[in-house]
Design a protein around this ligand. Sequence first.
Ligand SMILES: [Zn+2]
Length: 306
Amino acid sequence: MATLTVTFLGTSSAAPTRARGLPAIAIQREGETLIMDCGEGIQRGILANGIGLGKEMAILVTHLHGDHVTGLLGLLQTMSMAQRSAPLKVVAPPKLKEWLKVTSELLNIGLTFPVVFVEAKPGKVLETRGLVVRAARATHSVEAFSYLVSEKDRPGVFHPERARRLGVPEGKLWSRLQGGRSVGVAGRTVSPRDVTGPPRPGRRIGYSGDTRPSARLTRLFSGCDLLIFDSTFSKRDAARAAERKHSTCVEAAEVASAAGARKLVLTHFSARYTSVAALVREARSVFPNTVAASDGLTLKVDYPSA
Ligand SMILES: [Zn+2]
């Protein structure tokens, strides 16, 4: 069964602290890596956590604020120094393209590979070998998006007794059916759906980026396995959260609860909090299965039944 992990590379908000870098997350599955936001310092986080700048990588940026973007140029430069040739998809609001063009020209950074821009907009924005990403508009002080990363459906459970009943001998033909292909037996065709249950939905990871809570995001994140949500402020700083278009830890918990998420991870903490233990406590009073992200934390996302 494929391993799906989330590694937090940076978990602070606008300014870094001694313990927390600027926002960046790596989602990994079967040799594929999605980088969600590129805060300054992301490269050290990538190295420290053994992420690797593999061929099968895509980058998704939630919005064009410095703390989510300024690590991108250096990352692309390092990829060029490693002679990357494979195209790299970057999903982001359209102005990112302009920023990258201007900064890379001014600094004379010639990239060795094509950057394929995908304009972030509501709906499906990316499909890779094993993952599909959908976006919805977030509510922030600039155009911003939240992303839902879904693993593609898995084939249904294989029922050996059905295969035997249909006269399919165990072995190669069973593997073919389990792999989703039809087989011929004694002049008849047996298709995978004759011997397997309905497809099983893949795991889903939601990432809010910077945002106020909203019904739209509750819908996007409905039933997700892991929800990573803006938790810039404690509930006692709720007025500030509203004014700066961020969320409190309790608002994050309310979205997780309303969406029926399985687990909530708080991140993007304001540098004003030396400890986030109180924020986790506040969130748990609304949504018990809550943890705080920290730089270097890796979480494995399991199937609900596991
Ligand atoms: Zn931010």
